[in-house]
Design a binder for this molecule. Structure first.
Ligand SMILES: Cc1cc2nc3c(=O)[nH]c(=O)nc-3n(C[C@H](O)[C@H](O)[C@H](O)COP(=O)(O)OP(=O)(O)OC[C@H]3O[C@@H](n4cnc5c(N)ncnc54)[C@H](O)[C@@H]3O)c2cc1C
Ligand SMILES: NC(=O)c1ccc[n+]([C@@H]2O[C@H](COP(=O)([O-])OP(=O)(O)OC[C@H]3O[C@@H](n4cnc5c(N)ncnc54)[C@H](OP(=O)(O)O)[C@@H]3O)[C@@H](O)[C@H]2O)c1
Length: 522
């Protein structure tokens, strides 16, 4: 369908995208029928390609973005972030209902159960509205040309084919994303049985209600989906070959915060085997059991009807190698410099394609960095340090050094912590704020955890760590304050104006100690 000269109202985009999901017909939105030379063709219209092309357009350039799906935005709104946030919100609500069951207005415990299938179907029905908005916004508000529902093929750094047409460009920006790694049949036979799902196939093809789940993996996806399945009433076991959340794709996870999360998951019934490795997935028409070995060499045989693969993603670099011969690293990532330039002149790579961290801020900002360089700026983006988060039935957010890292680096560490070290959490109704007020009064031990790591010598704050609700937003700005060249001191933190009851109590706790010349733990 050629929408180039059409003015399509936002509500009309939803049926249009839905219709094209079922057909192979391209959606064409071009100026001048795609003639002339583009400044950059973005191959892949996910977060990286959409933000990169929009930024380039805003700078006065001419971008074209091509995606094989009939919508812009990529995997985040279709299979990844959006469903995970929907499921995690459901998990948090279910969790509260379960802990408070039978008290106040809460239903009896036996009645707290949700259908995973129903929530998946809710997401499936609703997601196209998000896709519609991105197509509408990119055309109507941002004025970016696009070609959707068709795969691109790059012939050389200045020529791209898609939808039966050939386009000319000064540069190519590759934003091909990443894909779930399958369970390796050599390591664990049965990984391809019906009933083995991952984050993508879950939302695309789940057609029954899971009753018993086994998860392979020990990072964000394993923890987030595992917490959701368990909260929905589906008993879940996680086999993680390394300690949970100690994977090399994540850094700066504070051990006390990790322990709070891990103990919390166990309290809620999730079985976690650290050092556990699945040996075989058994079943005929659908999975029936997982055989695994535990940390002490013991063998487990767990009957289940649902296996969830959380073993991570691999960049989709094969086409880039085949088309252009770009240099690729050992984990399949396209190698780029800080300007997002690949080993091939006039070819950039962005987003998940260039490897971890596979997060939205990096996808979007690498897209923007490529655009700025295409437009003649010398822009660099260093994403070695960043704020991070994940969900259990809580939100866990962190930025900067952990207490252990700070000590290992030789800092004279002062710790501000709630609940304070050495106290029994069940004896204290703090921390409490959004989302934890009822816990604080009825189940204090569930009201979260927070820690601020300070360097005594300079009084500078080195790291913030939080488990609870409502603090993730603050971490976007705490990251900025922490990583300014001058950083932020405990004294400056104490001067900020809190909006009490604030989800993170860092401001007022800093203020309690800031008057002292000697900094003492609190
Ligand atoms: C379960 C899960 C939850 C997540 N939750 C979060 C979260 O809460 N917050 C966060 O910050 N990050 C989250 N992430 C990470 C985030 O989703 C990714 O980092 C981000 O979506 C990557 O964007 P991208 O543009 O690099 O890739 P993608 O969005 O995957 O885009 C790549 C695009 O390339 C297209 N494509 C591929 N080949 C071709 C071709 N030959 N021709 C045309 N088009 C092509 C694809 O169709 C796709 O649209 C999550 C990831 C997962 C797996
Ligand atoms: N911001 C968010 O909320 C969010 C949410 C979900 C996902 N994401 C992003 O999406 C990407 C994918 O997340 P993820 O959690 O799936 O992957 P990940 O962070 O790459 O972790 C993969 C996990 O699987 C394990 N693993 C890998 N291969 C294995 C094998 N063959 N057998 C057993 N275990 C294996 C790893 O163990 P080892 O540690 O031993 O290697 C690790 O625990 C990540 O980059 C993540 O940041 C972000």
């Amino acid at each position: 369908m050629d929408v180039s000269n059409m003015s399509i109202r936002l509500p009309d985009w939803t049926p249009l995208v839905e219709g094209h999901l079922a057909t192979g017909e391209p959606i064409v939105n071009l100026a001048g029928d795609g003639e002339g030379v583009y400044d950059a063709i973005f191959v892949g219209g996910g977060a990286a390609g959409r933000f990169g092309s929009s930024y380039l357009k805003a700078m006065g350039g001419r971008p074209l973005v091509i995606d094989r799906w009939p919508f812009l935005g990529g995997s985040c709104p279709h299979q990844a972030c959006l469903p995970h946030h929907l499921f995690s919100e459901a998990a948090a609500l279910l969790d509260r209902e379960r802990w408070l069951a039978g008290q106040l207005w809460f239903r009896p415990a036996g009645e707290v159960k949700a259908s995973i299938l129903e929530l998946v179907e809710l997401f499936r029905r609703g997601r196209v509205a998000g896709h519609a908005f991105m197509n509408w916004q990119t055309k109507t508000q941002l004025g970016v040309e696009y070609l959707l529902n068709t795969s691109a093929r790059v012939l050389d750094p200045h020529t791209v084919q898609a939808g039966g047409r050939t386009f000319r460009t000064r540069n190519v920006v590759l934003g091909l994303g990443a894909r779930q790694k399958p369970i390796d049949p050599a390591e664990c036979p049965g990984g391809d049985l019906p009933g083995v799902y991952d984050f993508g196939t879950l939302v695309e093809t789940l057609d029954y209600e899971p009753r018993r789940c086994v998860i392979v993996g020990g990072s964000k996806v394993a923890v987030e989906y595992g917490s959701f399945f368990q909260a929905a009433g589906c008993p879940t076991t996680i086999f993680t070959r390394n300690p949970l959340l100690r994977t090399k794709t994540m850094h700066h996870v504070d051990e006390d915060a990790r322990r709070y999360v891990l103990d919390g998951m166990r309290k809620r019934g999730v079985e976690i085997y650290e050092g556990g490795v699945p040996l075989e997935i058994k079943g005929t028409d659908r999975v029936e059991a997982v055989v695994a070995t535990g940390p002490d060499g013991e063998t487990f045989h767990i009957e289940c009807d649902f296996v969830f693969n959380g073993t991570g993603e691999r960049p989709n670099s094969e086409p880039a190698q085949e088309w252009l011969g770009v240099e690729v690293g050992s984990a399949g990532e396209v190698v780029v410099d800080r300007r997002m330039r690949t080993s091939v002149p006039d070819v950039y790579a962005v987003g998940d394609l260039i490897g971890p961290p596979m997060e939205m801020f990096k996808a979007r900002k690498t897209g923007v960095t490529a655009a700025r360089n295409v437009m003649g700026e010398s822009a660099e983006f260093d994403f070695t340090e960043y704020p991070d988060f994940l969900h259990t039935t809580y939100e866990m957010s962190w930025v900067g050094l952990t207490e252990e890292e700070a000590r290992a680096q030789g800092y004279d560490v002062m710790v501000i912590q709630m609940p304070p070290k050495g106290l029994d959490h069940d004896d204290i109704l703090l921390p409490c704020a959004e989302g934890t007020m009822l816990y604080a009064f009825l189940k204090p031990g569930l009201s979260g955890f927070q820690k601020c790591v300070v360097d005594r010598a300079t009084r500078r704050i080195l790291g913030f760590h939080h488990v609870g609700y409502g603090a993730k937003d603050a971490f976007q700005y705490l990251d900025y304050l922490l990583r300014r060249p001058e950083g932020i001191t405990i004294d400056e933190m104490g001067q900020l104006n809190e909006l009490f009851l604030n989800p993170e109590h860092f401001i007022q706790l800093c203020r309690l100690r800031a008057g002292g010349a000697e900094l003492v733990d609190i």
